[in-house]
Design a protein around this ligand. Structure first.
Ligand code: NAD
Ligand code: ZN
Length: 376
């Protein structure tokens, strides 16, 4: 499944990936999801997305071949492959910042390597394919525990750790009111995980009734449609005795929908239409001294923070790509114990050859789609 240009993707034959480094493995993909992050690529909003790049950073598969220095895996293992490509040894990996690995993407100043995520993220081909080359195979890939449903396993590559880390970065204190913008798979998981950190109240905001209905039951939580509000910031202020939420999570990212007008301390302020609306709502609806946790993805040079309000309210902004490897052990346990049930979010199973249809359905939010999985 590879990129042809904005909103054009197609499945085509490419040469079989090869071991290029002694620590590489070749993995035969068994399941590969489409993510909200893929939509930034699909819409042509990630710099240096080259025609022919195979997308896909959320995949599991069977180890087909290993390089001579791979000792943690053997041929035939069925593995969860974190979306981040991490060397495990650099300054950042040693701190558990596996999403910021230096070695896997030394050209970049920000993000580490990511499968199928443009040359900005290292230019690696992704896993929406039959086979994929997995670098640093001793570091990221983790054998799927016996008995785990592959549909749960594939969501441990990204969505579960990202939602969990969104809640974790929020620094939620017992009893806190947490507001989550976005009821896509990431926001849904962030809402559910907020309870694990002791939230007292969880409110999700989105525009699609079917997603609001799902998260209401699944998290479970309150869920509201911003299309039915005059101003989501005022709505949240009202719902919190005019204090603002303790913690707000941005699980939307670039290309956010919503009104370009919003109220800031009673005055209408123009923000760029269709850009970072959720981030602005988040900053303006969190309480003074509160924390905004951002997992929504933005372009490397996006410059969209209303900094005056951040300073004057004394806010803490926390953000990152999820550090999948750091979180995997505890999240595998949560799935095994039934604390988290990620596979409930999978609404569509599509053969890999129909990936272009799946992209359109997921992008346009058709057919009550929450999470599509491609099956090679
Ligand atoms: P998705 O496209 O399924 O969901 C996004 C949701 O946001 C949609 O339901 C949409 O209606 C809603 N939305 C749009 N504008 C909004 C607004 N102004 N207010 C509230 N909701 C709004 O995507 P997803 O898979 O859930 O991913 C969500 C975001 O998380 C994306 O930006 C994605 O790139 C990012 N992401 C980050 C990481 C990470 O490691 N940081 C990992 C995975 C995904
Ligand atoms: Zn993803």
């Amino acid at each position: 499944m590879n990129y042809r240009g904005p909103q054009r993707v197609r499945v085509s034959q490419k040469p079989m990936p090869e071991i290029k480094h002694p620590e590489d493995a070749i993995v035969r993909v068994t399941r590969s999801c489409i993510c909200g992050s893929d939509l930034h690529l699909y819409n042509g909003n990630v710099p240096d997305t080259r025609v022919g790049t195979t997308f896909g950073h959320e995949f599991i598969g069977i180890v087909e071949e290993i390089g001579p220095e791979v000792h943690k895996l053997k041929v035939g293992d069925h593995v969860i492959v974190p979306f981040n490509i991490s060397c495990g040894k650099c300054h950042f990996c040693r701190q558990g910042l596996y999403g910021n690995c230096h070695e896997s993407n030394p050209q970049a100043t920000a993000v580490g390597g990511i499968f199928g995520y443009s040359h900005t993220a290292g230019g690696f081909d992704g896993g929406q394919a039959e086979f994929v080359r997995v670098p640093y195979a001793n570091v990221g890939p983790t054998v799927i525990p016996p008995g785990m449903d592959p549909d749960d396993a594939v969501l441990l590559t990204d969505v579960v750790p990202t939602g969990y880390q969104a809640a974790e970065m929020g620094g939620i204190q017992p009893g806190d009111t947490v507001v989550v913008f976005g009821a896509g798979p990431v926001g849904i998981m962030a809402a559910r995980c907020s309870w694990l950190f002791g939230a007292g109240r969880v409110i999700v905001i989105d525009q699609y009734e079917y997603r609001l209905e799902f998260v209401r039951n699944y998290a479970p939580c309150e869920a509201y449609n911003f299309r039915e509000m005059d101003d989501p910031v005022v709505f949240i202020k009202k719902a919190t005795d005019w204090m603002g939420a303790d913690v707000v999570i941005d699980a939307v990212g670039a290309e956010a929908a919503g009104s370009p007008l919003q109220t800031i301390t009673g005055r209408k302020t123009l923000i760029q239409a269709g850009s970072a609306t959720a981030l602005h709502w988040a900053i303006n609806s969190v309480k003074k001294g509160g924390i905004v946790s951002i997992v929504g993805v933005y372009g490397p040079t996006d410059n969209l923070v209303p900094i005056g309000n951040v300073v004057n309210k004394g806010l803490t902004l926390r953000a990152n790509q999820a550090s999948v490897k750091r979180l995997l052990p505890r999240l595998i346990e949560h799935v095994q114990n039934g604390v988290l049930n990620p596979k409930a979010m999978i609404t569509h199973r599509v053969p890999l050859e129909d990936a272009a249809d799946a992209y359109r359905i997921f992008s346009d939010k058709l057919d009550n789609c929450i999470k599509p999985v491609l099956i090679p």
